[in-house]
Design a protein around this ligand. Sequence first.
Ligand code: OVV
Length: 407
Amino acid sequence: MKIIEGHYEIEVPEGVPVWDVDPYDVDILQDPDEYYAELRSKGPFVYIPKYSILACGRYEETKEVFSDWERFISSRGVGLQDFELEEPWRPKSIILEVDPPEHSVTRRVLARALSPKATAALKELFQETADRLIDELLEKESFEAVVELAEEFPTTVFPKAVGLKEKNSRALVDYGAMVFNALGPDNELRRNAMAMGPTTVPWIVEQCNRKNLKPEGFGATIFAAADAGEINEEQAEKLVRSLLSAGVDTTVTGIGSALWCLAKFPDQFKRLKDDPTLLRPAFEEVLRFTSPVHSFCRTASGDTMVSGTRIAEGSKILCVLGAANSDERQWKEAEKFDIGRRPTGHLAMGTGIHGCVGQNLARAEVAAVLTSIIAKVEEIDFAGEAVWRPNNAIHALDKLPLVFKRA
Ligand code: OVV
């Protein structure tokens, strides 16, 4: 059997349209809305010959595939590569790239480390940091919000929350770019990201060691689970690696996209300032509207059927979360950014047993930044063109020049 992008070539299931598109084309990654709409319009699934995968973008099927961990597994990788056929670029994640029962143990440990209680304890650190940063930015005529705020905030607070002893924002941001670009095909984005390995991976791996973690923080909670015999030392190191993999680029993207939405829709910013109780629903709408993680794959564990489509064992299914989050079958006026919508059930943080384990923390980080902004900033304006940064799994800004006008 022929291998394409690290998995077996599959046959086109009966009745499934063939769509000659490259979902990893730079133009699509930068501006995906038309691709999302066309994907949904073609049917519940399409077959994409370039990568021999199925893709789904309607809400119902995307949710079904993404949440059914028994029929659509993660242990063969959540990118295009099938880990049964090819070695991944790094040892598998023991939370993202495993299934139950192994997943249940590691999930429990990380859920404990990132519990609402652990997150609540960081509230003051988050608010003080956000207030200081926003005060600094108010002094400037304009600023580059990706670097100066979206990256600056998480790379300041997250290492402290984990208990890292060293600060290295560059390595954290670059490692995230590697992890997420690695989920795509062997394209230029993935190759450029992988080229950062030698300057990035050794530092990351080193920070996961118990001796480099403070006695307080998420890292310490994870190693306490190793001391209790729940997991072993190597697993504890891998779970710290998971924090460093998934905890930075995601929140950087969430903050950047929230700023972009508020600058682009000033009426919604005003509405938020007038009613700060909309802060949390506003961020959920940012997540729905921008889908920071635009797509992840699953692999069919056996022959199965979804909405009348036959799916063969070993098929890679690209779950296009961004398309599901803009599906008009699910969301009224889906193309509208409406902070009062309360978009329960959006798939931006996944759903089911693999749903984002750090979501409390992510929400708390963004809430601190937005709280500070609505108190201190009267108006957010663009100071130049916003540019999106293509990435095989993340839809994020590359450049966001902004002006804050003082309240
Ligand atoms: C990209 C990503 C998301 C979630 C978890 C991980 C990676 C991990 O390394 O465990």
